[in-house]
Design a protein around this ligand. Sequence first.
Ligand SMILES: NC(=O)c1ccc[n+]([C@@H]2O[C@H](COP(=O)([O-])OP(=O)(O)OC[C@H]3O[C@@H](n4cnc5c(N)ncnc54)[C@H](OP(=O)(O)O)[C@@H]3O)[C@@H](O)[C@H]2O)c1
Length: 299
Amino acid sequence: MRILVTGANGLVGSRLARALAARGHRIIAASRGESRLDASFEYFPVELSDESAVSSLVERTQPSVIINPASMTEVDRCQNEPLLAYAANVQAAANLAKAARQVGAHVLHVSTDYVFDGKAGPYSEEAIPNPRGAYAVSKHMGEQAVSMLAPSWAIARTAVVYGWPKAARMNFGAWLVDALRKKQPVRLFHDQFISPSLANNVAAMLAEMAERKLTGIWNIAGADVVDRMTFGRALCAQFGFSTELLTPISLEEAKLASPRPFHSGLLVTKAERTLSTKPLGLKEALSRFHQDFLQDPNI
Ligand SMILES: NC(=O)c1ccc[n+]([C@@H]2O[C@H](COP(=O)([O-])OP(=O)(O)OC[C@H]3O[C@@H](n4cnc5c(N)ncnc54)[C@H](OP(=O)(O)O)[C@@H]3O)[C@@H](O)[C@H]2O)c1
């Protein structure tokens, strides 16, 4: 299949492009600026909030599936710069969905568990969103634009994605490893519950969803829900780091610009039942993360 992957320089997009190419698909990789991918894909620099640029890219490349992991993902920056968040997370999604109509493409749009308020997680696909903060609102609006405009669509919600090596920007797991190997202390929330999700596992599940053109809302995340401090301890056990460098703090103490969901995380029963690529449990995911770290020639 000809598959357009946006955000190809990002954490999920870069893994996804590689996973799909390995499965024999023709990849049209798109992201902002120069390609930072290590493999040679057909690559197009594009600003996704530019409607005519997106329209001509899709006309020119004629994908049968468009996967959209591109996003402004820095939660506090979205809060401080809502116009940018709107452009990247709402206008871009709408532009891709509109362009998909031109060529009859299926759209697989990547979203987040932050569309929920975090009062009663982990959440199933049927739970009703109640986004808090500019990032969350913009991601929810992006979902709505895709479901309203795309001729055929799926929304894949994921959560706290991590992987080694990092891609466009630092991720939770890579940040922890970087700090702990330098013996720097880290503060971790003991009161925020999340579904840590290994990027390669997320990419593999998304690749299968795209191939099968599955529709509707899907939770595509790791299988276990834990607080961030517990994740840190499990990572220390896997990598052989001392847990003495970990200090538990509360979300409130951190005084972040944007609100965060406390009891977040995603139930992945639907993915477990339906996909042949299964959501990984935390132990197995951390073991694979560690292998990726050990195989990095730059370490
Ligand atoms: N990472 C997480 O913890 C997490 C958690 C829950 C959900 N998600 C969702 O998962 C998806 C993938 O996240 P990720 O971690 O892979 O993100 P990422 O590493 O930040 O990558 C996002 C990519 O999108 C590109 N991009 C942003 N705005 C764009 C625009 N207007 N036009 C073109 N490209 C644009 C970025 O380009 P630049 O590099 O030039 O900025 C970057 O390459 C997102 O939808 C995110 O909301 C992520």
